[in-house]
Design a protein around this ligand. Structure first.
Ligand code: TRP
Length: 444
């Protein structure tokens, strides 16, 4: 830990890098399918509640643990809580990151396949896009090749000094992705019959409430904000002393939520407008599961002039957004092995890459294993990690450290009430509410 750690230089870079980790397939691929499954508007409402009550306070906490220790996820607990069992929270996080990569890389591979299909023109020539996606799902070898390629691409960035790569790609690519989503949203909502999709998205239908609604929404919130495994701890460890933690967490969460909802505004109106059988569309969306994005979006492009160019552009940006997320995941696991076991960065990257590829191969062959990795990480491991991080900062960490971190050694002025509210949230509200959601989700 004696070597000097790099810190992010520019202010926008800090937000961009953390936002780059947060904004990814979780927003554009996972959020829409979870929303479909969760009954539309109610899911979104509960989701936003989870972002506000759990997401933002916990993101601040992760930043805090990272910046006050300037260490990797597990090392942070060694330093801040020496000789205690808190290190297991860090280890759990590393394991979680590994499991997430196991299925995430497979979806990343799909984005590469779709870039390829867009460029070759085969995507815009296809009328049956769900058959196109099913064909991909039924071809493990093809998925494996592209999954491996994406994993190697991520490893390349990890090896070649991440900081510049992430900052730069996040700063340039994110605004473009955002603009493209706005254009697509406009196209989608001006389609005939798009109104039903908007209704589904924004008009709560209380008859749709499922018993696992809260657990599903909470899991999605953690997944989308990259919380609960120490990703933001690792990023926080690179922040400089002037980075305002609360403001950064609010900005990142806002941006992340905006992108997710925007993706919804593209996909649902398009899906409702373009379906052949409106009566069963909701069931179809739910049954379609992970394919939603990869079927509906190309269908939308086929409604637009120059569909080939649009879809190439879109899937390239999607792959880039995914890349800034996979980099953040792989960075956590690699730095952990590198710093804790004193293995060179190269070797630990190699180790992690191999492990991820093996998991990815299993996930490509079996969609139930794929789902298992998804559910285990998002609905169990991330919330459990978040639960302990809130206890750690709320109860264990010295309040002097907490206040110093929140206020950047008193250079930021927050009222005492604000600081106390933050602690109160982490001590009681967050852990108790999370426990309740957890138990309810399991037994109900
Ligand atoms: N948040 C990213 C997304 O939405 C995925 C991700 C990156 C992640 N790092 C993480 C999820 C850490 C959970 C924990 O695509």
């Amino acid at each position: 830990m004696t070597e000097k750690r790099v810190t992010f230089v520019s202010k926008i870079g800090v937000v961009a890098a953390a936002a780059g980790s947060a904004v990814g397939l979780g927003n554009i691929w996972r959020f829409p399918s979870q929303t479909a499954d969760g009954g539309g508007a109610i899911f979104i409402l509960v989701y936003i509640g989870c972002i506000l009550f759990f997401g933002i306070p916990l993101m601040v906490s992760e930043f805090m643990v990272g910046r006050s220790s300037r260490a990797n996820t597990a090392g942070a607990y060694h330093l801040l809580a020496p000789g205690t069992q808190w290190k297991w929270v860090g280890r759990l996080g590393v394991l979680t990151g590994f499991i997430i990569m196991g299925f995430y890389m497979v979806v990343c591979g799909w984005t590469l396949v779709y870039i390829f299909q867009s460029v070759s023109g085969s995507l815009s020539g296809t009328t049956d896009l769900s058959a196109n996606f099913i064909a991909l799902q039924n071809n493990p070898m093809r998925q494996i090749v592209w999954m491996i390629l994406f994993t190697l691409l991520t490893a390349f960035f990890i090896l070649s000094g991440v900081k510049k790569g992430i900052e730069l790609s996040a700063k340039i690519m994110m605004p473009i992705l955002f603009l493209l989503l706005v254009v697509l949203a406009i196209r989608a909502i001006t389609l005939d019959g798009a109104g039903a999709g908007l209704n589904f998205l924004f008009k709560p239908d209380w008859s749709q409430v499922k018993s696992t609604l809260f657990l599903d929404a909470m899991g999605q919130a953690f997944f989308s904000l990259s919380l609960g495994m120490g990703c933001m701890i690792t990023y926080g460890s690179y922040f400089n002393d002037n980075t305002p933690l609360v403001k950064t967490a609010v900005q990142v969460s806002l941006l992340d939520t905006l992108v997710a909802i925007l993706a919804g505004v593209v996909i649902f109106p398009a899906a409702f407008a373009l379906t052949a059988n409106p009566a069963t569309i909701v069931d179809e969306l739910v049954a379609g599961g992970p394919g939603l994005l990869f079927i509906t979006i190309p269908e939308l492009f086929n409604q637009m002039p120059g569909s080939m160019i649009w879809s190439t552009f879109f899937f390239c940006l999607l792959a880039l957004a995914a890349l800034t997320s996979t980099i953040s995941l792989m960075e956590v696991v690699t730095v952990y092995i590198h710093e804790e076991y004193h293995i060179s960065r190269r070797k630990s990257t190699l180790l992690v890459t191999t492990g991820v590829i093996i998991l990815g191969i299993f996930a490509s062959f079996s969609s139930s294993f794929f789902n298992f990795l998804d559910v285990a990480s998002a609905k169990f491991m991330l919330p459990i990690g978040g639960f302990f991080i809130s206890l750690f900062v709320g109860w264990y960490l010295d309040k002097k450290i907490v206040y110093a971190q929140l206020t950047n050694e008193r250079s930021l002025k927050y009222s005492i009430g604000f600081l106390k509210t933050y602690i109160f949230l982490l001590r009681y509200v967050v852990p108790i509410a999370m426990l309740a959601i957890f138990i309810y989700g399991l037994v109900a």
